[in-house]
Design a protein around this ligand. Structure first.
Ligand SMILES: [Zn+2]
Ligand SMILES: [Zn+2]
Length: 339
């Protein structure tokens, strides 16, 4: 049967200088030696795939996706810690401990893995109904986790390839539900809020309308979704897929919208894969937090980040990304990739 979450140590530490949280997750029990630079390529791991095992040893072989707790979670469910049932309203203060400079918080939350049932079937091989099934799996788990009292934000993401952080070849997405949200997301939420209150319009809807006028950064669109290389892309060939209609909450996506999103996602990912020779990539969802506050001014979207450039000293030191391909040229190129 399914293996249990390993006994792991994980905590949140506050970066007082940058006003940001980091997670220390020692679950995988790495020793300092494991981080030594390996000069020679390691031989491929020939041990049986743990994710294939989930399907082999369960009665879920007919399912396309299986969602299970991560064996080495970065965030531990409340029943693994003493803060079970903490309400959203007071958790911010009651969970924190330590002094002003070394503040910590238990890394309570949920870390789930969405395992695809076919080891060799990548997202680029997905049919429209596979994509719809994947979005339904995301939505279903989102709705379930958002009911948990400690959860304020749910992050859904997919890593493809080693450079993108995928530790196993077997295709899988991840869902992490946490008691707070990060400063980067907070910036994006605050920008949307400010824009909405100043102009009585959604920032993302306005951006989409402006992209429709400019045309040069659009890769493709259908009735409900638009795929663009953003004006200020952070990596070469970055793509944002967003609904044309103002939709703040991903979890409310309808059957029709899932189908339309599937059509756009399928084509965009194939274009990236065929056009850039199957690069490693990450994609992630940004949607409204689920902390009982009102986020009607926000607008959910997916961002796809191909790993085709490396953030170097300036990006890390000054926090300013350098891209070498004009987003307009990237969009033009992807638009013309035949799939
Ligand atoms: Zn496998
Ligand atoms: Zn909007």
């Amino acid at each position: 049967m399914f293996s249990r979450i390993k006994k792991s140590k994980s905590e949140l530490r506050y970066d007082t200088i940058n006003k940001d949280w980091i997670v220390v997750a020692e679950g995988r029990g790495k020793r300092p030696e494991d981080f030594k630079n390996k000069k020679e390529e390691q031989a491929e791991d020939s041990s049986p795939c743990v994710f294939c095992n989930y399907f082999t040893h369960s009665n879920t072989a007919d399912k396309n996706f299986l969602i299970v707790p991560n064996k080495f979670p970065a965030f531990l469910p409340p029943h693994h810690s003493k803060i079970r049932g903490e309400s959203r309203a007071n958790k911010d203060n009651s969970l924190k401990s330590g002094n002003a400079l070394f503040k910590t918080m238990p890394s309570v939350g949920f870390h789930e893995v969405v395992i695809f049932n076919d080891h060799s079937k990548q997202l680029t091989d997905f049919s429209i109904s596979d994509w719809e099934g994947l979005f339904s799996a995301y939505q279903q788990k989102y709705l379930e986790l958002s009911k948990e009292r400690v959860v304020s934000y749910i992050s859904i993401f997919h890593n493809h390839g080693k450079m993108a952080g995928a530790s196993l070849n077997h295709p899988h997405s991840q869902i992490i539900a946490i008691p707070f949200f990060d400063i980067t997301l907070e910036h994006s939420i605050n920008s949307a809020k400010e824009f909405f209150f100043n102009k009585s319009q959604c920032l993302f809807c306005s951006m989409n309308r402006a992209e429709k006028v400019a045309k040069s950064r659009i890769i493709l669109e259908n009735n409900s979704f638009l795929a663009v290389c953003p004006f200020a892309s952070k990596v070469n060939f970055e793509v944002v897929i967003s609904p044309k209609k103002h939709l703040p909450y991903f979890e409310k996506i309808t059957k029709e919208e899932k189908s339309e999103l599937a059509q756009v996602f399928q084509v965009v990912l194939k274009k990236i894969s065929y056009g850039l020779n199957n690069p490693d990539y990450n994609f992630y969802l940004h949607t409204s937090p689920c902390d009982d506050k009102d986020y009607l001014f926000y607008h959910w979207h997916f961002t796809i980040m191909p790993r085709v450039n490396v953030w170097a000293g300036f990006e890390l030191g000054a926090g300013i990304e350098i891209i070498t391909m004009l987003p307009e040229k990237a969009a033009e190129y992807l638009k013309n990739v035949k799939i």
